[in-house]
Design a protein around this ligand. Structure first.
Ligand code: ADP
Ligand code: MG
Length: 242
Protein backbone atom coordinates (compact mmCIF):
# COMPACT_ATOMS: atom_id res chain seq x y z
CA UNK A 1 0.00 0.00 0.00
CA UNK A 2 1.27 3.51 -0.81
CA UNK A 3 1.54 5.81 2.17
CA UNK A 4 2.75 8.70 0.05
CA UNK A 5 2.11 9.18 -3.58
CA UNK A 6 3.42 12.18 -5.49
CA UNK A 7 2.24 13.00 -9.00
CA UNK A 8 3.51 15.64 -11.41
CA UNK A 9 5.03 17.64 -8.57
CA UNK A 10 6.32 21.09 -9.56
CA UNK A 11 8.24 23.64 -7.56
CA UNK A 12 9.82 26.89 -8.74
CA UNK A 13 11.85 29.47 -6.90
CA UNK A 14 11.39 32.52 -9.11
CA UNK A 15 12.54 31.48 -12.58
CA UNK A 16 14.36 28.44 -11.26
CA UNK A 17 12.50 25.18 -11.81
CA UNK A 18 13.63 23.06 -8.85
CA UNK A 19 11.21 20.13 -9.15
CA UNK A 20 9.96 19.30 -12.60
CA UNK A 21 7.16 16.76 -12.91
CA UNK A 22 8.22 14.44 -10.09
CA UNK A 23 6.33 11.14 -9.72
CA UNK A 24 7.24 9.28 -6.59
CA UNK A 25 5.66 6.67 -4.31
CA UNK A 26 6.51 5.42 -0.86
CA UNK A 27 5.11 2.05 0.20
CA UNK A 28 4.51 1.04 3.78
CA UNK A 29 7.64 -0.35 5.43
CA UNK A 30 9.97 0.72 2.65
CA UNK A 31 13.30 2.48 2.96
CA UNK A 32 13.83 4.72 -0.05
CA UNK A 33 17.19 6.46 -0.49
CA UNK A 34 17.50 9.57 -2.65
CA UNK A 35 20.92 10.38 -4.06
CA UNK A 36 22.11 13.11 -6.42
CA UNK A 37 24.37 16.12 -6.73
CA UNK A 38 24.00 19.22 -4.62
CA UNK A 39 21.29 21.49 -6.04
CA UNK A 40 19.35 18.68 -7.72
CA UNK A 41 16.21 19.31 -5.62
CA UNK A 42 16.45 16.54 -3.02
CA UNK A 43 15.84 18.74 0.03
CA UNK A 44 13.05 20.61 -1.73
CA UNK A 45 11.30 17.32 -2.48
CA UNK A 46 11.50 16.22 1.18
CA UNK A 47 10.38 19.65 2.35
CA UNK A 48 7.36 19.47 0.05
CA UNK A 49 6.39 16.08 1.50
CA UNK A 50 5.85 17.56 4.94
CA UNK A 51 4.74 20.93 3.60
CA UNK A 52 7.70 22.98 4.77
CA UNK A 53 7.52 24.14 1.13
CA UNK A 54 4.29 24.56 -0.75
CA UNK A 55 4.53 22.99 -4.22
CA UNK A 56 3.36 24.97 -7.26
CA UNK A 57 1.64 22.10 -9.01
CA UNK A 58 0.86 18.41 -9.01
CA UNK A 59 -0.37 16.47 -6.03
CA UNK A 60 0.91 14.87 -2.86
CA UNK A 61 -1.39 12.16 -1.59
CA UNK A 62 -1.04 10.83 1.93
CA UNK A 63 -3.15 7.70 2.28
CA UNK A 64 -4.89 8.68 -0.97
CA UNK A 65 -5.88 12.14 0.27
CA UNK A 66 -4.38 15.11 -1.55
CA UNK A 67 -2.76 17.17 1.20
CA UNK A 68 -2.46 20.20 -1.06
CA UNK A 69 -6.24 20.62 -1.09
CA UNK A 70 -8.53 21.68 1.71
CA UNK A 71 -7.58 22.17 5.30
CA UNK A 72 -4.85 20.12 6.87
CA UNK A 73 -3.45 20.37 10.38
CA UNK A 74 0.19 21.15 9.61
CA UNK A 75 1.52 20.23 13.04
CA UNK A 76 -0.25 16.88 12.94
CA UNK A 77 0.93 16.26 9.39
CA UNK A 78 4.54 16.97 10.41
CA UNK A 79 4.16 14.59 13.34
CA UNK A 80 2.95 11.81 11.03
CA UNK A 81 5.59 12.59 8.41
CA UNK A 82 8.53 13.45 10.64
CA UNK A 83 11.77 14.99 9.49
CA UNK A 84 15.37 14.77 10.63
CA UNK A 85 17.63 17.54 9.36
CA UNK A 86 21.33 17.77 8.63
CA UNK A 87 21.73 20.42 11.35
CA UNK A 88 19.55 18.74 14.02
CA UNK A 89 17.43 21.77 15.02
CA UNK A 90 17.19 20.74 18.68
CA UNK A 91 15.69 23.31 21.03
CA UNK A 92 18.89 24.57 22.64
CA UNK A 93 17.18 26.11 25.65
CA UNK A 94 15.83 22.80 26.97
CA UNK A 95 17.37 19.49 27.97
CA UNK A 96 17.25 16.26 26.00
CA UNK A 97 14.17 14.93 27.76
CA UNK A 98 12.22 18.17 27.27
CA UNK A 99 13.18 18.20 23.59
CA UNK A 100 11.43 14.85 23.31
CA UNK A 101 8.43 15.84 25.43
CA UNK A 102 7.44 19.18 23.88
CA UNK A 103 5.88 18.01 20.61
CA UNK A 104 4.05 15.16 22.29
CA UNK A 105 2.48 17.62 24.77
CA UNK A 106 1.65 20.34 22.25
CA UNK A 107 0.57 18.35 19.23
CA UNK A 108 -0.51 14.96 20.56
CA UNK A 109 -1.85 16.36 23.88
CA UNK A 110 -0.38 13.46 25.85
CA UNK A 111 -0.07 13.83 29.60
CA UNK A 112 3.38 14.52 30.95
CA UNK A 113 3.94 11.06 32.41
CA UNK A 114 3.13 9.36 29.13
CA UNK A 115 5.40 11.82 27.27
CA UNK A 116 8.31 11.15 29.59
CA UNK A 117 7.86 7.39 29.38
CA UNK A 118 7.76 7.56 25.60
CA UNK A 119 10.79 9.86 25.50
CA UNK A 120 12.80 7.51 27.71
CA UNK A 121 11.81 4.53 25.58
CA UNK A 122 12.96 6.20 22.35
CA UNK A 123 16.10 7.75 23.88
CA UNK A 124 17.01 4.23 25.00
CA UNK A 125 16.43 2.97 21.48
CA UNK A 126 18.99 5.44 20.10
CA UNK A 127 21.44 4.87 22.98
CA UNK A 128 20.93 8.30 24.57
CA UNK A 129 19.08 7.35 27.78
CA UNK A 130 22.00 8.47 29.95
CA UNK A 131 21.70 12.02 28.63
CA UNK A 132 18.11 12.91 29.55
CA UNK A 133 19.21 15.88 31.67
CA UNK A 134 21.93 17.09 29.30
CA UNK A 135 21.60 20.35 27.42
CA UNK A 136 22.09 20.06 23.64
CA UNK A 137 25.16 22.33 23.69
CA UNK A 138 27.07 19.72 25.71
CA UNK A 139 26.47 16.93 23.17
CA UNK A 140 28.51 15.86 20.16
CA UNK A 141 26.95 16.09 16.70
CA UNK A 142 26.29 12.37 16.60
CA UNK A 143 24.58 12.51 19.99
CA UNK A 144 22.48 15.51 18.92
CA UNK A 145 21.37 13.70 15.80
CA UNK A 146 20.37 10.61 17.78
CA UNK A 147 18.29 12.84 20.08
CA UNK A 148 16.70 14.45 17.03
CA UNK A 149 15.79 10.99 15.74
CA UNK A 150 14.32 9.99 19.13
CA UNK A 151 12.35 13.25 19.23
CA UNK A 152 10.85 12.55 15.81
CA UNK A 153 10.02 8.95 16.82
CA UNK A 154 8.20 10.17 19.95
CA UNK A 155 5.48 11.52 17.65
CA UNK A 156 4.70 8.00 16.33
CA UNK A 157 5.43 8.98 12.73
CA UNK A 158 4.24 6.82 9.88
CA UNK A 159 7.08 8.05 7.72
CA UNK A 160 10.40 9.54 8.73
CA UNK A 161 12.22 11.78 6.27
CA UNK A 162 15.98 12.21 6.70
CA UNK A 163 17.80 15.05 4.93
CA UNK A 164 21.51 14.20 4.88
CA UNK A 165 21.45 13.25 8.55
CA UNK A 166 25.18 12.48 8.72
CA UNK A 167 26.60 15.24 6.50
CA UNK A 168 27.35 17.61 9.39
CA UNK A 169 29.00 14.95 11.58
CA UNK A 170 32.63 14.21 12.30
CA UNK A 171 33.55 10.96 10.53
CA UNK A 172 33.84 8.92 13.72
CA UNK A 173 30.19 9.65 14.56
CA UNK A 174 28.65 8.87 11.23
CA UNK A 175 28.34 5.16 11.94
CA UNK A 176 26.57 5.65 15.28
CA UNK A 177 23.80 7.48 13.46
CA UNK A 178 23.75 5.16 10.44
CA UNK A 179 23.48 2.15 12.75
CA UNK A 180 20.44 3.65 14.48
CA UNK A 181 18.90 4.26 11.06
CA UNK A 182 19.71 0.72 9.95
CA UNK A 183 17.91 -0.60 13.03
CA UNK A 184 14.85 1.53 12.31
CA UNK A 185 14.76 0.39 8.72
CA UNK A 186 15.03 -3.24 9.83
CA UNK A 187 12.20 -2.80 12.31
CA UNK A 188 9.86 -1.80 9.48
CA UNK A 189 9.67 1.99 9.86
CA UNK A 190 8.89 3.69 6.55
CA UNK A 191 11.82 5.96 5.70
CA UNK A 192 12.92 8.34 2.94
CA UNK A 193 16.61 9.15 3.27
CA UNK A 194 18.54 11.74 1.30
CA UNK A 195 22.15 10.69 1.65
CA UNK A 196 25.65 10.78 0.26
CA UNK A 197 26.47 7.54 2.10
CA UNK A 198 26.45 5.24 -0.89
CA UNK A 199 27.27 2.10 1.08
CA UNK A 200 24.33 2.79 3.42
CA UNK A 201 22.02 3.25 0.44
CA UNK A 202 23.40 0.10 -1.13
CA UNK A 203 22.95 -2.02 1.98
CA UNK A 204 19.78 -0.62 3.52
CA UNK A 205 17.54 0.81 0.78
CA UNK A 206 14.73 -1.17 -0.79
CA UNK A 207 14.77 1.36 -3.60
CA UNK A 208 17.21 4.05 -4.68
CA UNK A 209 16.27 7.20 -6.57
CA UNK A 210 18.81 9.28 -8.44
CA UNK A 211 17.77 12.91 -8.86
CA UNK A 212 19.39 15.30 -11.27
CA UNK A 213 18.38 18.88 -12.05
CA UNK A 214 14.91 18.59 -10.58
CA UNK A 215 13.92 15.29 -12.17
CA UNK A 216 14.07 11.66 -11.17
CA UNK A 217 16.64 10.49 -13.66
CA UNK A 218 16.67 6.84 -12.64
CA UNK A 219 15.33 4.59 -9.93
CA UNK A 220 15.62 0.94 -9.02
CA UNK A 221 16.79 -1.55 -6.46
CA UNK A 222 20.27 -0.87 -5.05
CA UNK A 223 21.60 -3.66 -7.25
CA UNK A 224 20.06 -2.15 -10.38
CA UNK A 225 21.08 1.40 -9.66
CA UNK A 226 24.58 0.90 -8.26
CA UNK A 227 25.72 -2.21 -10.10
CA UNK A 228 23.98 -1.72 -13.40
CA UNK A 229 22.99 1.94 -13.94
CA UNK A 230 21.29 2.61 -17.26
CA UNK A 231 21.59 6.36 -17.69
CA UNK A 232 24.77 8.23 -18.52
CA UNK A 233 24.12 10.82 -15.81
CA UNK A 234 23.73 8.12 -13.18
CA UNK A 235 26.98 6.52 -14.26
CA UNK A 236 28.79 9.86 -14.18
CA UNK A 237 27.42 10.70 -10.71
CA UNK A 238 28.34 7.31 -9.28
CA UNK A 239 31.84 7.43 -10.71
CA UNK A 240 32.47 10.69 -8.79
CA UNK A 241 31.10 9.24 -5.55
CA UNK A 242 33.47 6.30 -5.53
P1 ADP B 1 19.67 19.55 -2.93
O1 ADP B 1 19.05 19.25 -1.61
O2 ADP B 1 19.59 18.43 -3.91
O3 ADP B 1 21.08 20.05 -2.79
P2 ADP B 1 17.82 21.78 -2.95
O4 ADP B 1 16.46 21.21 -2.99
O5 ADP B 1 18.34 22.30 -1.66
O6 ADP B 1 18.84 20.73 -3.60
O7 ADP B 1 17.93 22.99 -3.97
C1 ADP B 1 17.58 22.89 -5.33
C2 ADP B 1 17.75 24.25 -5.97
O8 ADP B 1 16.80 25.15 -5.43
C3 ADP B 1 19.11 24.87 -5.75
O9 ADP B 1 19.49 25.53 -6.93
C4 ADP B 1 18.85 25.85 -4.63
O10 ADP B 1 19.76 26.93 -4.69
C5 ADP B 1 17.44 26.29 -4.92
N1 ADP B 1 16.70 26.68 -3.70
C6 ADP B 1 16.43 25.87 -2.65
N2 ADP B 1 15.70 26.51 -1.73
C7 ADP B 1 15.50 27.77 -2.20
C8 ADP B 1 14.82 28.92 -1.71
N3 ADP B 1 14.17 28.89 -0.54
N4 ADP B 1 14.85 30.04 -2.47
C9 ADP B 1 15.47 30.05 -3.67
N5 ADP B 1 16.13 29.00 -4.20
C10 ADP B 1 16.16 27.88 -3.47
MG1 MG C 1 19.86 19.25 0.29
Amino acid sequence: MSILSVRHLQKHFGDLKVLNDIDFEVQEGETVCIIGSSGSGKSTLLRCLNLLEMPDGGEICYHDKNIMEGHIDLNMHRAKIGMVFQSFYLFNNMNVLENCVLGQRKVLKRDRKACEAKALELLTKVGMEKFVKAMPSTLSGGQKQRVAIARALCMDPEVLLFDEPTSALDPEMVNDVLNVMKGLSGSGLTMVVVTHEMSFAHDVADRVIFMDKGVIEEEGTPEQLFDNPQKERTKAFLSHEK
